[in-house]
Design a protein around this ligand. Structure first.
Ligand code: HEC
Length: 137
């Protein structure tokens, strides 16, 4: 693939992700905490989670998280080796030499393996990536 194509695909992936995060943002408004909004809404309830997971999947396959021209999926092929690991967190990491959360573990790989900037643990992107890892069963 030419550099132009790669850069276009990276921008496209970033655009799709951003759109998803905007939709997500608008789904998690304050009105959800109002009592009348706490009534069961069976057909709407799973939406935010599935969008988070979708956004996380975009990130998992995107080289935009780092500068090493790799994505998470370059090493964790199809996420196979990460199936079920989310449940073991928080746990001790030899790499970090302390107990880490899943979000922190993802950041360790972003910094070390992808040569990228760690995600703000509170950010939609960090939560989306963790939601995707959690969805791998
Ligand atoms: C260059 C290869 C490489 C890349 C790219 C990479 N990782 Fe990793 N990852 C590893 C290695 C090696 C380990 C350590 C495996 C072990 O000993 O548990 C690891 C461990 C993990 C673990 C802990 C697994 C467990 O058993 O608890 C998670 C979660 C993880 N990576 C997520 C990610 C995410 C998310 C990305 C992308 C942001 C990513 N990794 C990118 C190589 C990579």
């Amino acid at each position: 693939m030419s550099n132009n194509t790669t850069s276009f695909l990276t921008k496209l992936a970033a655009f799709v992700l951003l759109s998803l995060l905007i939709v997500l943002g608008s789904c998690s408004g304050k009105e959800e905490r109002k009592p009348e909004a706490q009534k069961p809404r069976a057909e709407l309830a799973p939406l935010p989670d599935s969008l988070l997971i979708l956004a996380g999947k975009q990130l998992f396959y995107s080289p935009a998280l780092g500068s090493a021209n790799k994505s998470c999926a370059s090493c964790h092929i199809e996420g196979e080796d990460l199936k079920g690991v989310a449940d073991s967190y928080p746990k001790f990491s030899d790499l970090a030499a302390r107990e880490v959360t899943l979000v922190e573990m993802n950041n360790i790989c972003i910094e070390g393996a992808l040569k990228g900037k760690p995600l703000d643990p509170e950010s939609d992107a960090a939560l989306a990536l963790a939601a995707y890892i959690r969805s791998l069963k």
